[in-house]
Design a protein around this ligand. Sequence first.
Ligand code: NAI
Length: 443
Amino acid sequence: MNISVVGTGYVGLVTGTCFAEMGNYVICVDVNEDKINKLNNGIIPIYEPGLERIVIENNKADRLIFSTDIKNALEKTDICFIAVGTPMGEDGSADLQYVLAVAEEIGKHITKHTYIINKSTVPVGTADKVRETVSRVLQERGADISFDVISNPEFLKEGAAVNDFMKPDRVVVGADNERALDVMRELYAPFTVNHERFIAMDVRSSEMTKYAANSMLATKISFMNEIANICELVGADVNKVRVGIGSDSRIGYSFIYPGCGYGGSCFPKDVQALVRTANKNGYEPKLLEAVEAVNYDQKKSIPRKIFKKFGEDLSGMTFAVWGLSFKPETDDMRDAASITIVKELVAKGAKVKAYDPKAFHEAQTCYLKDVEGIEYLDSKYTALTGCDAMILVTEWKEFRSPDFDEIKKRLKNPVIFDGRNQYSSKKLHEMGFEYFQIGVMPK
Ligand code: NAI
């Protein structure tokens, strides 16, 4: 099949590359020339495990093309995915300007029947807006060209995106006619083979499914963080409580890890957007509002523990931060807990020495670029030298079983604040560390 993917970010690049890997001809389009130039020179603009090899191989095989020319892409293809960003707008709703800008371009340039597929996470009713936009522009052109608008939300996880796309738990497709559904079934057949993982539904339910899924996951996290905060106060250990409840198959172990708050490009904005959708329809979603409020507060849990230990004036103190990305195996820092933590500490006069295996560039050029008092080190151990305490923010594999003797030797004080409950408190206490976790009363 001939496919264009408009928006070559975390989702668009993975989507385009995986379709090319299955033998399709794919043109990935982006307005960001620098990104397209890099891709044409074999440089992958994001860090995503396993992606580089298949991008380069498919590009060399001329099955995967990178371009800024949407007109040419639409002329050569008859399936067009929209995979641009839908960031949080000023009032918390999803900002649809990029999606609708692409719809305008599609209206301007299609020359034959085109299947237009919303892969971006978009509020219920967006497919109608895309349809209206394309129809209006076609009318302005005086062109009589048919098209379908299909909803196909993406469920990949950054850090495991290629694997998730190649072996999806499910492929959700919302369409209003059988012909469109058949095209989507054919397109996804190599990914859903041997399993009934293709879930067809109406467009609005499909749009809603993505928000419901992300809100459910965010709810589990905020629920567990709230339980953790209560555990801390009453002397229970959330690590044990987690195992105790996770063993109930109705609850399960996934997404009940306490921590210093969820971040990333999806949960925060998608929960907010669903709240706004509900508000606009006259409903106040009290549970979802609480999920966000708990998370906002949870990002301050580590700074609160630090203030309790060292006081509110941190001038003259330096803290080592391990991990900046919002989760391991990605360089994505959008809404990462590290941003709140670093800013809170610096605001109280502290300095920060940070180490992250992949997110330096994002931190330095974007998310922490205006923060003074942060230094970026090239290894987890050098970041510790002379620091008053270490803070674990992102549970990258290389942080899981570090050399604690080395940590102790380099820190001024043997104090660890762990935002992801990665270590054995027994071992650390035996070694003479003061060890602060989420959801455990400090000893
Ligand atoms: P991103 O910000 O990484 O990429 C978006 C890309 O679209 C950028 O490269 C930008 O330059 C490009 N773009 C913007 N306007 C354009 C236009 N008019 N024409 C061509 N390109 C244009 O965003 P990301 O993370 O890939 O997310 C895309 C969508 O997928 C969002 O709606 C997001 O909520 C959703 N999503 C994201 C997931 C993730 O893990 N990042 C997972 C599932 C869904």
